[in-house]
Design a binder for this molecule. Sequence first.
Ligand SMILES: [Zn+2]
Length: 431
Amino acid sequence: MSLNNDIKIARKWMYERIDGSTNQVSETFCQGLESFMEFAKKQPLFLENGKLFCPCYKCDNGRLLEEKSVWSHLYNRSFTCNYWVWISHGENYNILNNPENIIASEDASGFDSQTKTVNPYVSMVSDAYADGNQETSFDENMEQEPNAEAKRFYNILDAAKHPIYGTGPTTQPSGSQAAGAQRHVANHEPVENREEVAHVPVQHDVRVLHPARQNGAKWFKNNTEVSTCVRKIIEGCFRGPWYSWKKVPPFYKDAWFSTFQTKFEWDASIENLVKENFDQLAATRLKGMVSLAKSNGEKPDWILSDYWRVMSEYWRTSKAKDKSEKARASRLSRRDGLGVHRHRAGSRSYAKVQDVLEANNEDSSFIAVLKKTHQKSDGTYVDERARLIAEKFDECVQERLSEMENSNGEDLTIDNLTLEEKNEIYSKVRA
Ligand SMILES: [Zn+2]
């Protein structure tokens, strides 16, 4: 049996939320959910904040919520796709080498499975930061009865035992994504395990990556979905005082990429290209997220205080101050192209908007900032000058796109222009 399969078998309860015979939330799922919460609540992030990342398929580990909310989200929505390794809740992929550490739910039939609840930190040899958590804290005899907390929860939700989404995420996918998802599974499962794997539902929200962006494929540049995914991965597994990409140990860079692989898929022929782009984007996002926190002067919840202290100490050194001063100077010179904002909102708020866009890997071109600061939600502009510039800009973009060679027969959009090209057009329009 492959190691990957071990975890999928042990945790298949995660994606078997609805009991087919009763059409209600299954007992196995409830028990698994309880063991998940028990585990997550022992992690430093929860102990410090009283909150944990919500792994429901909507929050997708992107929001820190209180226990009660997470419980209710998972109960009503189920887990985000392919969340076999609880990376945003303290686990690492090396748990796959220690299948005895995998926490399973106890089987509803009363059959006590081989799997035990063990503190995963004990065997995390390669985890340089897990030294403070050595006790084997779980009781070997896990309670048969739900604990008081869980009972209270069951009572609250008793009335809500109607699934909102029917069979929800366990529905078989259709179309090209299905083929992709099947391929994904096939890549990882040895042939002899096919039968068992059939029990494991294929998750349908895995996206395809390709630089040509054909047939709905995504790519890295200026794509909010990809970028947000990377942010969530970093926040969920930020396990050191990593004020720069260089500080992130290779072990965790690999772990981040492994998590990314559960969310997107791509052709094996572009594996290196994807890895390159992933590293680049992760480095950018890490830098943006950390420097935003630094400039706000406030520790975000996803950074533990111990790490924040080390980071803050570093930022106080003269070496760090020098670096930051140089970066600031280069940012300011890049902003010279945006004269229009000075008369109105002042360059400071413009800079702030651009910082936020950049930190989120969103389009931070001059036109994007102009629209962000001057366009209302109904699409109209707050002043005439902004409207004129924006309209003239759109015209010029259309002109430019019609001049560009279209190699794959698809319509070109503004996304095909680089930041520099957009800024160049903007500067012409403004002049
Ligand atoms: Zn949620």
